[in-house]
Design a binder for this molecule. Structure first.
Ligand code: ADP
Length: 487
């Protein structure tokens, strides 16, 4: 039996013990009054000549009977279920049965109360209780059969073995009761085991249902996040496409009208188109990288890279976007930091952090530092912008998560997710500290030692465009739909 089945079995047994204790308390109580009534009706008075007084049987029924039943009744009421209680009840019930036999003059029919009581003890389903009761009966029959036979057998000189015959019948009944008790215990154990099993199955089902519910909720959230992402994507892709379509229509209209397009204006249109194309390219690149990170297929190709120089390049490329927002970059002085990393991907990391510091930096200065201690290289980007509320800090690296005020600023909510994917792939880590309304600090830590697990051959920088090529130069053009304004 497992532990739970044992508990259930014990609980069931206790319920039975308590219930049977109370049953016997009632039985003894009723027997007590029955004994007084029997004594009163059979031998109410004793005569000495013409003088009569209350018969000793009546006093015996009241006082001896009261003494016999009081302890078992008290224990049954105040300590039900205890092992001592049921054995005291067994002793009390059998002594009282013996008293009743005496009060009724040792009539053989009265002996049935002994057999009836034994059958009742079967209610306990504890085979030891009828044994205790039988021991009392055997002793009582032996002593009274030897010294006071009239009291128990109703005759003055019974056969010497008569007590043994009575006891033998008691033992005969005991055999059935003991067998029945043991069988009943076995059934109770089986019931407890089955209940324990059912409880376990129910618990497992409840756990499965909770897990399914969680999966359902997660799926619901994922679906709604996907929907939001698709609508943001659509919006982000539509803006540059609309702008380009407008430019093309305006140019076509000007040409159809036979007007001359000056080279400067044509150059401006080309610049604007280039700006929107780069914006589109970066969006598409982010979407592709997002699914690569999601599928764990973001490969990196390591080569010798100097991190400070890489940051200088990215700062330069982001400069016009920063100028448009009034943001100034301050790269702190420091030594060169060499390591083997994927140059293209680290440019992507730096670009994401710097463009975020422009987007969410409220036009305030941004401090950048690049350090290395031989083991770990650190890029730190600190802005003094919107900041991130403490409850949102954990969310910013998750896909599609856009928090706080930033929801009004254009973005897909993928940049930091991809950035984290790249840093993880390098065996590094990214963290953020922030104070809401004061600013944020993003720290990227990269292992400087050659890492065989991430090191690999791949397209070198010369074969891949630098990631910062995707950064659109300057402020996105504000379109004026009049052909004159544009051309
Ligand atoms: P996007 O900028 O396209 O929304 P990111 O993954 O780069 O996506 O950033 C996720 C979110 O983290 C942003 O929407 C913004 O709420 C928050 N965040 C990122 N960088 C900063 C920052 N420097 N200051 C404040 N919030 C930031």
């Amino acid at each position: 039996m497992d532990a739970r089945a044992k508990v259930l079995f014990t609980q069931h047994q206790q319920t039975i013990f308590r219930r049977t204790d109370r049953l016997f308390a009632l039985l003894l109580f009723l027997e007590f009054f029955f004994g007084i009534a029997v004594a009163y009706f059979i031998s109410p008075l004793t005569w000495a000549g013409g003088q009569s007084s209350v018969h000793v049987h009546v006093w015996a029924a009241i006082f001896l009977g009261g003494t016999i039943v009081s302890l078992p009744i008290a224990l049954a009421l105040w300590n039900p279920g205890h092992v001592a209680t049921r054995h005291v009840i067994a002793v009390g019930q059998m002594l009282y049965a013996g008293l009743l036999v005496h009060l009724m003059g040792g009539r053989i029919e009265t002996h049935f109360i002994i057999f009836g009581s034994l059958a009742f003890f079967g209610f306990y389903r504890d085979w030891r209780v009828p044994i205790t009761a039988s021991a009392v009966v055997a002793l009582d029959h032996f002593l009274r059969g030897t010294y006071w036979p009239q009291s128990i057998f109703g005759v003055l000189s019974p056969e010497s073995w008569r007590w043994a015959e009575h006891v033998a019948w008691v033992v005969f009944e005991d055999i059935f009761i003991v067998v029945a008790c043991r069988q009943s215990l076995k059934e109770m154990q089986e019931i407890a085991e089955r209940r324990s099993f059912i409880e376990q199955v129910a618990r497992e089902r409840a756990r499965d249902i909770a897990e399914l519910e969680k999966v359902r909720e997660d799926l619901g959230e994922a679906l709604s996040a996907k929907d939001t992402f698709i609508s943001i994507c659509g919006h982000e892709l539509k803006t540059p496409l609309t702008s380009m379509s407008l430019q093309t229509q305006l140019t076509q209209r000007t040409i159809r009208q036979g007007k001359e397009v000056s080279p400067e204006r044509l150059g401006r249109v080309m610049d604007q188109t280039d700006h929107q194309v780069k914006r589109l390219l970066r969006l598409v690149q982010d979407m592709l990288d997002h699914s690569r990170v999601q599928m764990g297929r973001l490969d990196i190709y390591c080569e010798a890279v100097e991190l400070r120089g890489l940051l200088v390049d990215v700062i330069e490329r982001c400069q016009s976007e920063a100028d448009a927002k009034g943001t100034t970059f301050h790269l702190l002085e420091g030594p060169l930091v060499w390591g083997r990393w994927d140059q293209f991907r680290l440019e992507q990391v730096a670009t994401n952090l710097l463009t975020n510091s422009i987007k969410y930096g409220a036009g305030k200065p941004v401090e950048i530092s690049v350090t290395g201690d031989g083991k770990t290289a650190r890029i730190c980007v600190r802005d003094q912008g919107l900041g991130i509320a403490p409850e949102n800090l954990g969310k910013v690296f998750q896909q599609y998560e856009r928090v706080g005020e930033s929801k009004h600023i254009s973005g897909l909510g993928l940049g930091l997710f991809i950035t984290k994917g790249i840093v993880d792939q390098h065996g590094g880590k990214i963290s953020v500290t922030s104070e809401f309304g004061v600013g944020s600090q993003f720290i990227v830590e990269l292992p400087m030692e050659l890492n065989h697990s991430v090191d690999g051959e791949g397209p070198s920088r010369s074969r891949r465009e630098p990631y910062s090529e995707f950064i659109p130069a300057g402020r996105a053009p504000v379109l004026d739909p009049s052909p004159e304004a544009s051309l």
